[in-house]
Design a protein around this ligand. Structure first.
Ligand code: CP3
Length: 344
C-alpha cells in the first residue's frame, strides 16, 4: 500500500512506527487560501459550493496541489445533514451558520427516508475526488457527531457554551435523545455511503463534546459514537474511523477505549505524553498543534511543532492541528510547518 496516512491508520500497537509522520490539517480547504476564496465567490452560496461536485472537488484538491498533504478531506460541512433532514440551514459570511431552531414537536416528525438522496452530490464529489487524487493521497470522508450537529439544530447557531442546547436537553430529555438517535442513524448511513463512493477512512467531528458533564457525555457523545463505530464497521470492517472529541479532557480515555475508534484526534489542551501513555495503546494519535501557533509563526510555531514531534516520536502518529486552521493564518506558516514535520 502506497498511502502512508492510511497505512498508519491501519497499523496496530505492535507495528513499526512510520516516521516522519504523515500530515494533514483540519479545515485545510478554506479561507486562508486565495484560490478557495475565488472558487467560493464563483459558487454563490456556501451550500451551493458543498452541493456542486465539480466545485467541491476543486476546493478539496487545492491544498493538495499547493502543499502535498498526505490526506485530502472531502469538502463539505457537518450541517449538510440537518439540511438533508429538511431543516433550514444558511451560512452568512462573517456570522457563521444559521438554522431554524428545532421545536420539541418537530423532532418526532424528522425522517431519514430520502435524506441520503439529497446528499447524492456529496457522494458524487467523493467519487470525483477519488478519481482526481494522486494515488498516494488518502481520502477522508467525515460527518459531525450527533451531539455537535444537534447543538446547531437546537440553538440555531454556535454559541460560546451551547447552553441553549444543554437547557433543552435537560428539559426535554426524551425528545432530545430521539434527536440524537436519528442523527446517529443517519450518520452511519452517510459515512457508509461516503466509503462506498471512495473514502479510505472517515472522521467524526465532535467539536462541542468538551462542555458536558459525565452522564451527558455518556448519553450524547459516547453511546452514539459506540453505535456509529459498530454500525460502520458492520458494513465496512476494514475502513479506519477517526474520532475527534474536542475538549473532552478526562473523558478522552473512555471515549477511545469504549468506542473502538482506530485513531483519536487530540485538541491542543491534551498533553501528548499523557496521550501516549493512556490512549496510544488503543488508537493511533492525531493532532495536536494549537492553531494559534500556526497564526503566530516564528519561534511559537517552531517550538510547538518540535515539542509534538519529540513527544510523539515512537508512537503511531499523524500530525495535525488541535482544531481547524483559521482564515487569518499566513500561508507561509503552513509551508514552514510541513517542512519541519517532513524533516522529522
Ligand atoms: O476540513 C476541511 O477542509 C473540510 C471542510 C469542512 C468545513 N467544515 C468547511 C467549512 C469541515 C470538515 C467542516 C466541519 C465543521 N463545520 C465543523 C466541525 C469541525 C470544527 O471546526 O469544529 C463544524 C462545527 C462546522 C460548522 C460550521 N461550518 C461553522 C461553525 C462554520 C462557520 C465558522 C467559520 O469558520 O466560518 C462553518 C462554515 C464553513 N465550513 C467554512 C468552511 C470552509 C467557512 C465558510 C465560508 O467559506 O464561507
Amino acid at each position: 500500500m502506497n498511502k502512508r496516512l492510511l497505512q498508519v491508520l491501519r497499523s496496530g500497537p505492535e507495528d513499526e512506527v512510520l516516521w516522519p509522520p504523515p500530515i494533514w490539517m483540519m479545515r485545510q480547504a478554506g479561507r486562508y487560501l486565495p484560490e478557495y476564496k475565488a472558487t467560493r465567490a464563483e459558487a454563490g452560496s456556501f451550500l451551493d459550493l458543498c452541493y456542486s461536485p465539480k466545485l467541491a472537488t476543486e476546493v478539496t484538491l487545492q491544498p493538495i496541489r499547493r502543499f502535498g498533504f498526505d490526506a485530502a478531506i472531502l469538502f463539505s460541512d457537518i450541517l449538510v445533514v440537518p439540511d438533508a433532514l429538511g431543516r433550514k440551514v444558511t451560512f452568512e459570511p462573517g456570522v457563521g451558520p444559521r438554522l431554524d431552531p428545532i421545536k420539541v414537536s418537530e423532532i418526532s416528525e424528522l425522517t431519514i427516508a430520502g435524506a441520503l438522496d439529497h446528499l447524492k452530490p456529496v457522494f458524487q464529489a467523493v467519487n470525483d475526488i477519488r478519481a482526481a487524487l494522486p494515488p498516494e493521497v488518502t481520502l477522508l470522508g467525515f460527518c459531525g457527531a450527533p451531539w455537535t450537529v444537534a447543538t446547531y439544530m437546537v440553538a440555531g447557531r454556535g454559541t460560546p457554551d451551547q447552553a441553549p442546547t444543554r437547557v433543552f436537553a435537560h428539559q426535554h430529555r426524551t425528545a432530545f435523545l430521539n434527536l440524537i438517535g436519528i442523527l446517529t442513524e443517519i450518520s452511519i448511513d452517510y459515512l457508509c455511503a461516503q466509503i462506498e463512493a471512495g473514502a479510505d477512512a472517515v472522521q467524526v467531528f465532535d467539536s462541542w463534546s468538551g462542555i458536558l458533564g459525565e452522564s451527558d457525555f455518556n448519553d450524547f457523545c459516547l453511546d452514539p459514537m459506540k453505535r456509529i463505530v459498530a454500525g460502520v464497521k458492520q458494513r465496512h470492517p476494514d475502513t479506519p474511523i477517526i474520532g475527534f472529541p474536542k475538549g473532552a479532557s478526562l473523558h478522552y480515555e473512555r471515549y477511545v477505549r469504549e468506542t473502538g475508534i482506530d485513531c483519536v484526534g487530540l485538541d491542543w489542551t491534551y498533553p501528548m505524553k499523557l496521550a501516549r501513555e493512556r490512549l496510544g495503546g488503543h488508537a493511533v494519535l492525531q493532532g495536536n498543534l494549537d492553531p494559534t501557533r500556526l497564526v503566530a509563526g516564528g519561534d511559537a510555531l517552531r517550538e510547538g511543532v518540535a515539542t509534538i514531534l519529540s513527544e510523539a516520536k515512537g508512537s503511531r502518529f499523524i500530525f495535525n492541528l488541535g482544531h481547524g486552521i483559521t482564515p487569518e493564518t499566513p500561508i507561509d506558516h503552513v509551508a514552514e510547518m510541513i517542512a519541519q514535520v517532513r524533516a522529522g
